[in-house]
Design a protein around this ligand. Structure first.
Ligand SMILES: [Zn+2]
Length: 92
């Protein structure tokens, strides 16, 4: 699995003061702590345990202009899970 390329310089101001892979916090009451993106259900017809597929966000932030780039952990695996969730959602 190819590792995602990381920014070396800021695409907006060309600074090299980048802070990579920062945790994006979700402090909601029932949160696991990380802000996440929802990609769909692996088993949408189930009443319980629908198999929610989430990706954990990470931010790379420029220490000069503040530009923030968000990425998810494990994008290749998430793409496969998203494709399966899309197919399952179309099933009747
Ligand atoms: Zn910048």
């Amino acid at each position: 699995m190819a590792k995602a390329p990381t920014l070396q310089t800021c695409p907006r101001c060309q600074s090299n003061k980048l802070m990579p892979q920062l945790q994006v916090l979700d402090n909601g009451m029932y949160s696991i702590g990380d802000l996440r993106v929802f990609f769909g259900y692996s088993n949408p017809k189930a009443l319980l345990r629908k198999g929610e597929v989430f990706g954990v966000l990470r931010a790379t932030i420029c220490g000069e202009c503040g530009l923030a780039e968000l990425t998810v952990k494990h994008p290749s695996a998430l793409y496969l899970a998203w494709q399966k969730a899309q197919a399952k959602a179309r099933e009747r």
